[in-house]
Design a binder for this molecule. Structure first.
Ligand code: CA
Ligand code: CA
Ligand code: CA
Ligand code: CA
Length: 473
């Protein structure tokens, strides 16, 4: 019996270690359940909704990846490439995809698809010497419309290529771009230069005349080698953030695209971090104010011979509280007026004192509206909800109302905001649903954020798998 238990514990530990040491793998668009919509769904974070998704290029050149924490710099997301993103897909002719180990200096997939005009112009800008345009091949482009809540769009990405290091500063200047309303936001930090082989590298020969080398991670098998990062790519950028000004509340457009330049060989890949495509509303909080006005009581005594009449007018206290207001459009400002209970009027002997009184204002139960990453999620779908107006760094509870279901807890940040990923109850009925975040208000009392949306009548496409990597290299 002791032996059986020992084996069970050992098996558990082994599983735990395997889960922690997940390796990079990709699932391309040829695989069951995959679609351009699935790719976009995996990217969306807070404050954005997406529609009109299209993908142009080979199904070999787009997919989801997972297990990237120790290699790419983040765990999951979308990968777009100028060859095969997934190793071992027999429908593709790429020697390998993004999976490690790095076994060649020249990994190539020839997808036989055209280049892209916008990317050709970008590649020309950073060509050596610069030119109006450079011919591109094997383009993969993911495009969609989106409506942001806020005016600042952000998402994280990493660029990588087989052109490193031997074709740095050559005509094989593979290129990618994230065109937000036509403007590329994939720029070398602090510059207006697009991110390409020629703008971020360790030099060619490696170590000589590097460009923006602080953002470059060398993984070349020979130069100097051996490669230390567990991906086929010979060089990668550090994690960059695309930042773009967008038009809140209306439809914007993005095109995420990558291509080979000069020929279709030596592929490049760009990784976009899942859940980071976001544009939350910026919140500016105006502190609450309380105004108290007290009119003192007055006492009038009239003496008629033989009788004394004392009339007391009670004091009155009026307290007006204006709650915190923010620029979140859905926030409902709270305005309360509290009037004290009048003091009793007494008739007494001359000299009776004033009957004034005052009262304190009880903490208010406040409520505002929050936001959901999806306007019509399906039962069982994971969504991100956000709200604000809580006391800083406090625990909050999250519940669904239809049917009443506890969805867990979260903690407010120092600004009183809460962002949490929750799963819509699998037994939620189609139709209106509310998720309520409840926690302490800044001035005491309770604050609730109500996130309203509609449960979809039919199940949407599957959310991106976070399954264990299937490729074992
Ligand atoms: Ca190479
Ligand atoms: Ca390689
Ligand atoms: Ca290629
Ligand atoms: Ca290439």
């Amino acid at each position: 019996m002791g032996i059986v238990i020992g084996v069970a514990v050992a098996a558990f530990l082994t599983f735990g270690l395997k889960a922690a040491a997940a390796t990079l793998s990709a699932q391309d668009l040829n695989q069951a359940g995959m679609s351009p919509q699935v790719l976009v769904n995996s990217l969306l974070g807070s404050g954005v909704t997406a529609s009109n998704v299209t993908f142009t290029g080979s199904n070999c050149g787009g997919g989801l990846f997972s297990g990237g924490t120790g290699t790419i710099g983040f765990d999951t997301g979308v990968v777009l490439g100028s060859g095969s993103v997934q190793s071992g897909d027999t429908q593709c002719n790429g020697q390998k995809g993004i999976e490690g180990p790095n076994s060649a200096d020249d990994n190539t997939g020839n997808n036989g698809t055209p280049g892209d005009t916008q990317l050709s112009q970008l590649a020309g800008q950073t060509a050596n010497p610069p030119q109006a345009s450079a011919t591109t091949y094997d383009a993969a482009a993911l495009e969609f419309d989106f409506v942001p809540s806020g005016s600042q769009l952000n998402f994280n990405y990493v660029f990588s290529s087989e052109e490193y290091n031997e074709f740095v500063n050559s005509e094989f200047n593979d290129v990618f771009g994230f065109f937000v309303n036509g403007q590329n936001c994939a720029l070398v930090p602090g510059t207006t230069a697009p991110v390409t082989i020629n703008s971020v590298n360790g030099g060619n020969p490696f170590g000589t005349s590097a460009d923006n080398a602080q953002f470059y991670r060398n993984n070349d098998p020979n130069d100097p080698g051996p490669p230390a990062i567990d991906t086929e790519m010979d060089g990668l950028t550090t994690v960059f953030t695309c930042q773009a000004t967008v038009n809140p509340g209306v439809t914007n457009h993005i095109k995420m695209a990558i291509a080979d330049t000069g020929d279709s060989a030596y592929d490049s890949n760009v990784f976009i971090q899942g859940g980071t495509f976001s544009a939350p509303t910026t919140t500016t909080t105006v502190a609450s104010t309380t105004t108290t006005t007290t009119v003192p009581s007055t006492t009038t005594t009239t003496t008629v011979p033989g009788t004394t009449t004392t009339t007391t007018v009670p004091s009155t206290t009026t307290t007006t509280t204006t709650a915190d207001t923010t620029t979140v459009p859905s926030t409902t400002p709270l305005a309360t007026t509290t009037t004290t209970v009048p003091s009793t009027t007494t008739t007494a002997a001359p000299g009776a004192g004033p009957g004034g009184t005052s009262s304190t204002t009880a903490p208010q139960a406040t409520q505002s509206q929050g936001q959901s990453s999806a306007s019509s999620p399906a039962p069982g779908q994971s969504i991100t909800i956000t709200g604000t107006g809580f006391a800083p760094n406090q625990p909050v509870t999250i519940t669904a109302t239809n049917p009443p279901t506890s969805l867990g807890t979260a903690t407010s940040d120092p600004a009183g905001h809460v962002q949490a990923q929750v799963v819509v109850p699998v037994n939620a009925a189609p139709g209106p649903e509310q998720i309520v975040i409840t926690g302490p208000a800044p001035g005491g009392g309770t604050h609730q954020v109500v996130v309203s949306f509609t449960i979809a009548a039919t199940a949407p496409v599957a959310t991106p798998a976070v399954a264990e990597p299937s490729f074992t290299g």
